[in-house]
Write a protein that binds this ligand. Structure first.
Ligand SMILES: [Fe+2]
Length: 431
């Protein structure tokens, strides 16, 4: 009997441990990063492209001490892990990543994600991903905390051919190698369910997104299914693990983050699209916005939202009046009330600097409003008439463009560029 127990007890323990690993809560437990000292240089074999797809950095709530790393794989990767170290330092820390199957558009990939925490501010690091005895190449990342930074801002990238988007991203990256992160203003893809478009988007940002984090926005095109009907933006919500907003139901839809002395608030403007799936987005989000912005003590407050606050009339038709959009009516008074400095919008595929607006009128005391332009190949030449609040409009007919945001001390500077790097607009705020 004793002999039987000696065999059975370890067997039961092994089975229980195995079963625990598949419990729903087990993965979140294993997401708690831990650190240990290990020198494994050269001990691993390299990962194939299908094992380390789209290695990417995602903006975290506080970039002085945290960074989210994600990648995808075609097959399960038990023991998925991110290893990282201060650049030039041998000592490696390690954090377990998730290993979750995700099926959409009839394609299954495994999503791996972990938020590295307890990092040191203003420090250059490198990281690699892996599982078992396989590891990727090392990739650089750096924490915030220098007291000044530059970010790249890309308007809507939705395209029917992503080569132009790829070219814009790559040339903007080359022209601004010091950029700390990049923003994509929503409508990343033309069709939110089409996995080939997501692959084209990720292929286009390779060389940038593994090196600096992305801060994406949800746009209306992320909510379109293959039949161009509205659905929950499932792909977007799974492909980017964004800072928590306190709501499990609306996870990854809207969020905020700090970068040095700037508090960024990213809104979900898809109230109409989401209504049949998750009603009351506007009311819920307004409550969240008030709570979030009240808590920040950052010098600068920047709001990023896909749909615009103004309505534009058509140039050659009379069936649309210029004015303030429903979203503008709902949010602009809040931006006034909470002293927002800059509001960046997108969706209309045109670059318009509207200057400072308060109480729906030109007023130097209000936030600066910029409609960021277009970064994909879906253009609306000659569509929009100028708005009475427009201060600067991109040269017509418009090509694609990108922007930079530079913050240093008491100066915040925004500039807009054509793909060849020619500057078409710039504006500074000081305080
Ligand atoms: Fe849009």
């Amino acid at each position: 009997m004793k002999r039987v127990l000696r065999i059975l007890i370890p067997l039961v323990l092994i089975l229980c441990a195995g079963a625990y690993a598949f419990l729903p809560g087990a993965q979140s437990l294993s997401q708690q990063p831990f650190a240990f000292s290990k020198n494994v240089a050269g001990a691993y074999s390299s990962m194939s492209k299908n094992e380390a797809m789209y290695i990417r950095q995602i903006i975290a709530a506080d970039s002085t001490k945290s960074r989210t790393i994600m990648w995808q794989s075609e097959a399960v990767e038990n023991g998925a892990i991110v290893e990282y170290r201060v650049k030039g330092n041998e000592q490696i820390s390690s954090a377990p990543a998730t290993n979750e199957p995700f099926t959409d558009d009839k394609i299954t990939t495994y999503l791996h994600s972990v938020t590295l925490s307890n990092l040191t501010a203003n420090t250059k690091y490198e990281y690699r991903v892996g599982y078992g005895d396989k590891r990727s190449e090392w990739h650089d990342f750096a924490t915030a905390g220098r007291g000044k930074f530059k970010a790249l801002i890309f308007p809507d990238s939705q395209s029917n051919d992503y080569r132009g988007w790829a070219s814009l991203v790559q040339s903007a990256g080359k022209a601004n190698p010091e950029a700390s992160f990049f923003i994509n203003m929503g409508d990343l893809v033309d069709n939110g369910e089409d996995h080939t478009q997501w692959r084209a988007w990720f292929d286009s940002v390779q060389g940038m997104i593994d090196r600096i984090p992305v801060a994406p926005l949800l746009g209306n095109h992320e909510t379109y299914d293959l039949n161009w009907k509205v659905r929950m933006p499932t792909a977007y919500l799974n492909l980017f693990s964004l800072p928590a907003n306190g709501s499990q139901e609306r996870k990854n839809q809207y969020y905020s983050y700090d970068y040095d002395d700037v508090h960024f608030i990213v809104l979900n403007t898809q109230m109409g699209e989401m209504e049949q799936f998750q009603p009351c987005l506007l009311e819920t989000q307004i409550e969240w916005f008030k709570n979030d912005i009240s808590k920040t003590n950052k010098k600068w407050k920047v709001v990023l939202m896909h749909k615009d606050v103004l309505t534009y009339a058509f140039k050659n038709r009379t069936d649309r009046q210029a004015g303030i959009s429903d979203i503008g009516q709902a949010f602009m008074p809040l931006f006034d009330q909470y002293d927002v400095d800059v509001v960046l919008t997108a969706h209309l595929h045109t670059y318009r600097n509207r200057g400072h607006i308060k109480n729906f009128e030109r007023d130097a005391r209000g936030p600066l409003y910029i409609l960021t332009g277009v970064a994909g190949n879906v253009r609306y030449p000659e569509l929009w008439a100028d708005h009475s609040l427009d201060v600067k409009v991109a040269p017509q007919p418009e090509t694609d463009n990108y922007m930079t945001l530079e913050v240093s001390g008491n100066t915040l500077k925004l500039a807009a560029f054509l793909p060849d790097g020619k500057q078409i607009d710039s504006v500074e705020i000081k305080k």
